[in-house]
Design a protein around this ligand. Structure first.
Ligand code: SAM
Length: 211
């Protein structure tokens, strides 16, 4: 999802108090920013932020950080953030490759990956957010009992993830190839991509990775 030529996106992000610019300095201190000891959940590749904002509204006792690589996409989430009255959500514009520069060991309680870019070419496999390389980054920042929850409509990416998770030394639970018609459907919050794909009749796959 890359929206081109959003006028003023960079400047707007620069001024926005909910986008953290000095993420490296917050490393180990995110709870100070939120002003409480509540758990911290991340969504990596948040897109326009629908999922995260709905989740944050439902769970005021959880702190959320949305990570998005592109300003032109993040700006859409910031527009939605303007209507949100809670104080439990911040954003980082960054590539998740650098997660360990921003978060201390075990600083994070849960990670969501929703409809991550599939990077279909084999030579780009390391860029997939469920690759063993990315799982190793999550291993550092995620609490030992923390989980990664991954949803996608892309069966190739899902099958790849089912292989990579054990390769990285993690385990898998609650796998479904059709989330919306499964025992796990209740309480599911749909992302922008999920709404689009399920309205086209595509089934949504979901897994939970843990150690
Ligand atoms: N999660 C949203 C949803 O389900 O509607 C957006 C899905 S979109 C296909 C994937 C998003 O992840 C894009 O906005 C993209 O810019 C972002 N993204 C991909 N790789 C990323 C990375 N390494 N770090 C941060 N964001 C990334």
């Amino acid at each position: 999802m890359r929206l081109r030529n959003v006028k003023g996106a960079r400047e707007n992000i620069e001024m926005n108090p909910y986008v953290i610019k000095d993420g490296e300095e917050k490393k180990g201190k995110w709870r100070e920013l939120f002003g409480n000891d509540h758990p911290i959940h991340l969504e990596i590749g948040m897109g326009k932020g629908k999922f995260l904002l709905e989740l944050a509204a439902k769970n005021p006792e959880i702190n959320y950080i949305g990570i998005e690589k592109f300003s032109s996409v993040l700006i859409r989430a910031l527009q939605k953030r303007e209507e949100y009255e809670g104080d439990n959500i911040y954003f980082l514009r960054m590539d998740a490759e650098h997660l360990q520069d921003m978060f201390d060991e075990e600083e994070i309680d849960q990670i969501y990956l929703n409809f991550s870019d599939p990077w279909p070419k084999e030579r780009h496999a390391k860029r997939r957010l469920t690759s063993k390389e990315f799982l190793s980054r999550y291993d550092h920042v995620l609490k030992k009992d923390g989980v990664v929850i991954f949803k996608t409509d892309n069966r190739d990416l899902f099958d790849f993830s089912l292989e990579q998770v054990p390769m990285a030394g993690w385990k898998i639970k609650n796998v479904t190839y059709d989330l919306h018609h499964s025992e796990f459907a209740e309480g599911n919050i749909m992302t922008e991509y999920e709404e689009k794909f399920s309205s086209e009749g595509k089934a949504i796959c979901r897994l939970i990775a843990y150690r």
